[in-house]
Design a binder for this molecule. Structure first.
Ligand SMILES: [Zn+2]
Length: 378
């Protein structure tokens, strides 16, 4: 049985993107409470680790110092004139009180997850607050100020570890891709809704890395309305064979939950059945695993999906009926079905056939242009 660690602190709840912002930090607490309601933190193989803030120097491993200075200045919660040039301001990346502290706490938790796994203390560590994949070296983007994923991967590379990255968020993992676009030291793979329809407008199959990194960036764009069936198929055709060829020491994943049909920001039609199948596959192919969170804007969905994912990491089956005490504690959140697992949904008809054709085309492109380029550089 895998030894696991869950990185969490109630301090996450000290921060708030604002009442009209879709990114609700409360979803972390909701997930934590649901995991506890299922007694999944008192299993013999697992431990809860309190999250700690990262140091400035750790963030500077990836981020530019001028940008970090801007984040520090914005930490008081007041707009600063130069903020606009760094992606800060009303809209996606608002200036809120403690935004730099929030970023350091999220990144600290991802670094803790990485080092617990790297040092062999656990086989799997999960930081549900992490996975802020859009942040760039000197710019906030897509609700992300600091890229905890890149910082965590860099800490693993420093220890000489070979890292593969898998991103199943509905949005392209552009910040992580860009950070490692010209190196063959990290294999980045992102499966997401096509950038034709969705932020950040990148992640097409022909983005495959360049120079030494050619073939080490992999993108699987899916058409809008793709269902579990297509998601699982595309994932299984590409990701496991690439992991096998690349042969990483550690797999880092972004487990965003915004590809579900009920998510207000995207147009994919996954259910948590497909999501769980992919998470199980990730567990099967990962020698060691640093699991991070990501997007997810229907917060009941997020809590259910990450609780199911955590149960998979711990190799336990949980009852489908959501515990009563949890439902009573969270009456204001809507758990319509009172069940953990979504109804199975399969798209049919002409639209499905068109989507399938498009997915097969993308799989064919990646097989032809990427699979042959990946080597095992041990
Ligand atoms: Zn997303």
């Amino acid at each position: 049985m895998a030894r696991t660690a869950f990185i969490y602190t109630d301090d996450f709840l000290k921060f708030d993107y604002g009442p009209d912002h879709p990114f609700k930090i409360f979803r972390l607490k909701l997930t934590y409470d649901l995991i506890k309601a299922y007694r999944l933190l008192s299993l013999p193989n697992t431990q809860h680790i309190e999250a700690k803030m990262a140091e400035d120097e750790e963030l500077l491993q990836f981020h530019d110092s001028e940008y970090i200075e801007v984040l520090k200045a914005a930490n008081v919660g007041i707009e600063i004139p130069s903020g606009y040039y760094y992606g800060l301001g009303p809209g996606d990346n608002p200036v809120f009180k403690g935004l730099y502290d929030w970023s350091k706490l999220v990144t600290g938790a991802s670094l803790q997850a990485a080092s617990l796994v790297e040092e062999g203390k656990v086989d799997i560590a999960f930081n549900i607050a992490g996975g802020l994949h859009h942040a760039m070296a000197s710019r906030a983007s897509g609700f992300c100020y600091v890229n905890d994923i890149v910082v965590a991967i860099l800490s693993l590379l420093k220890k000489g570890r070979r890292v593969a990255y898998i991103d199943i968020d509905a949005h392209h993992g552009d910040g992580v891709q860009e950070a490692f676009y010209t190196t063959n030291k990290v294999l980045t793979m992102s499966i997401h809704e096509t950038g034709r329809m969705l932020f950040p407008g990148t992640g097409f199959e022909n983005e495959i890395g360049k120079d030494e990194g050619e073939g080490y960036a992999v993108n699987i764009p899916l058409p809008p309305f793709s269902d579990d069936d297509l998601f699982i198929h595309a994932f299984n055709e590409i990701v496991p064979p690439l992991i096998k060829k690349f042969s990483p020491d550690i797999v880092v994943t972004q487990l965003g939950v915004d590809g579900f049909s009920s998510d207000p920001l995207t147009h994919l039609n996954y259910t948590n059945n497909g999501y769980c199948e992919v998470v199980k596959k990730i567990k099967e192919i990962s020698p060691k695993w640093v699991a991070l969170g990501g997007g997810g804007y229907d917060i009941a969905n997020v809590a259910k999906a990450w609780t199911l994912a955590w149960a998979i990491m711990d190799e336990v089956e949980i009852p489908d009926k959501i515990p009563e005490d949890f439902l009573e504690e969270h009456l204001q959140e809507v758990f319509w079905s009172k069940k953990m697992r979504d109804k199975i949904y399969v798209e049919k008809g002409v639209r499905k056939e068109q989507m399938r054709e498009e997915v097969e085309r993308v799989i064919g492109f990646i097989r032809e242009n990427v699979l042959g380029k990946i080597g095992n550089h041990h």
